[in-house]
Design a protein around this ligand. Structure first.
Ligand SMILES: Cc1ncc(COP(=O)(O)O)c(C=O)c1O
Length: 460
């Protein structure tokens, strides 16, 4: 390789790491001399690559503190995810309700008269439902009392309430990158400065940067999805959960663990598949959950599991925005708890069949895409091979499909090479979505960036 192609290949490689979110914005790159030694390249090559990255806006040199990763001031504009009615909406990973909902609603309506003599609202939620959920946590290996639970209007509400309760302006909050965008929005709106930690479909969590993020920034809060992470589908190993809980404890970080996808793994579809233990069996964590994915998003029932003191703090603050969760919906979920294991088994089977269906269609129509095979959750995080996700999402709109481009799941425009495609929708809708994607893809101009051989990810 000539000297000029060596430096531009290196610059391209670093640029891609930034665009894909594998190199978090603000990360300090190694000093030129150090990187030259690590990669076995000349110092001149490294200098030229860094100069090119500076010129194109991907690197900023700060006096006294080296060079840090940046994005040029043209971050991709996230697409708004409100689809007109005639469009197919794949911007959300939603599922039709499980059939048991209608009958449970009838049984709940029959129970309602015994509640009508009371005020009907309180910020903590129905005792019977809290007890039912507490028993489920206990059965999954985490002894829980009804007083350690609050019923919320879905998991999103829980995230918002906890962000308001725990954050002050300027506090750091650790988030995965990519992450569930409405959670990072809630953290930011409550004043947090986000500290991203990379998660990839191949490697999962970037452990050294997770450790660094905790130790260097002592975040007030860490928002994590250790089960079937949205959007990558990855799950943390028990060892990593253990280490993460210990890192958080050492820095005084409160972990908000979003287990909305916690029981949607589909490697074992049997009814008596072992129950997944909650993250909090490994150390102190506030757990968030909901029936939004397991049963139906329309029920809007979620929960917070935390110590009594925090539940009380959240309850006091909740009065300023809402006075409680609708009783009828809580009664429907209480009814469904009796058949929850069967419901989950059906959901897992549905999701695995849908994943296979989407993979088969994509392999047929878009063979050049790199497809992961997640073992749970609702989404594929697809590597498109070139940074054209926003272009593709725009072109898909012309084909009647609304889909969120990769940068929606990152901060400041990263993940242009990725697209999140949910497999939660019924097969006929998946077929239409893949047709729309294939048509859109054929019109998107692609300019693959040449890769160097160096595995920079190990160095930076
Ligand atoms: C990871 C994650 N957390 C929370 C939510 C919100 O859930 P709910 O519908 O219960 O508010 C979603 C919905 O997509 C999600 O993907």
């Amino acid at each position: 390789m000539s000297a000029s192609s060596a430096y531009s290949a290196l610059a391209d490689r670093i640029r891609l790491l930034v665009l894909d979110g594998r190199l978090a914005l603000g990360t300090r790159l190694p000093a030129e001399r150090e990187l030259a030694a690590q990669l076995g390249l000349s110092r001149t090559t490294i200098s030229a690559a860094y100069a090119e990255l500076r010129d194109s806006g991907y690197l900023e040199s700060l006096r006294g503190s080296g060079s840090v990763a940046r994005l040029p001031n043209r971050g991709a504009v996230p697409l708004e995810s409100i689809a007109p009615p005639e469009f197919l909406d794949f911007s959300k990973a939603t599922m039709p309700a499980v059939p048991a909902v209608a009958a449970a609603a009838e049984r709940a309506a029959a129970l309602l008269p015994s509640y009508l003599g009371e005020s009907g609202f309180d910020p903590i939620g129905l005792r019977a439902l809290r007890q039912g959920l507490a028993d489920r946590f206990t059965a999954r290996g985490l002894p829980t009392d009804a007083d350690e639970l609050m019923i919320t209007v879905g998991a999103q509400h829980a995230i918002g309430l906890l962000a308001r309760t725990l954050l002050s302006r300027g506090d750091r909050a650790l988030v995965e990158s990519p992450t569930y965008p409405h959670a990072s929005e809630a953290l930011r709106h409550n004043g947090a400065r986000l500290v991203p930690v990379a998660v990839t479909t191949d490697e999962g969590w970037d452990e050294p940067s997770l450790e660094q993020a905790f130790q260097r920034t002592s975040p007030t809060l860490g928002y994590l999805m250790p089960d079937h992470h949205n959007p990558t589908g990855r799950s943390m190993s028990p060892e990593l959960r253990e280490r993460t809980a210990a890192l958080a404890a050492a820095q005084g970080t409160t972990l908000l663990v979003d287990e909305t996808m916690g029981e949607l793994g589909f490697t074992d579809l049997s009814l008596d598949a072992p129950l997944t233990p909650p993250f909090a069996v490994h150390g102190r964590a506030v757990t968030i959950g909901s029936v939004g994915k397991s049963v139906w998003g329309g029920l809007r029932i979620g929960w917070i599991r935390a110590d009594r003191e925090l539940i009380q703090r959240v309850a006091r603050l909740r009065y300023s925005s809402d006075l409680g969760t609708p009783i009828l919906d809580q009664l429907v979920v209480l009814e469904l708890l009796g058949e929850y294991d069967r419901i989950l088994a059906d959901r897992r089977a549905y999701l695995r069949a849908s994943r296979d269906h989407l993979l088969a269609r994509l392999r047929e129509r878009l063979p050049e895409w790199t497809l992961p095979e997640p073992e749970g959750g609702l989404t594929l995080w697809i590597n498109l091979g070139s940074p054209v996700s926003s272009q593709l999402a725009l072109a898909a709109r012309n084909e009647g499909l609304v889909i969120a481009a990769g940068p929606r799941f990152g901060m400041n425009g990263v993940f242009e090479r990725f697209l999140r495609v949910p497999f939660s929708h019924p097969p006929e809708l998946i077929d239409r979505a893949v047709d729309a994607l294939a048509a859109a893809w054929s019109g998107v101009g692609r300019h693959p960036i040449g890769l160097g051989q160096e595995d920079l990810a190990e160095v930076v």
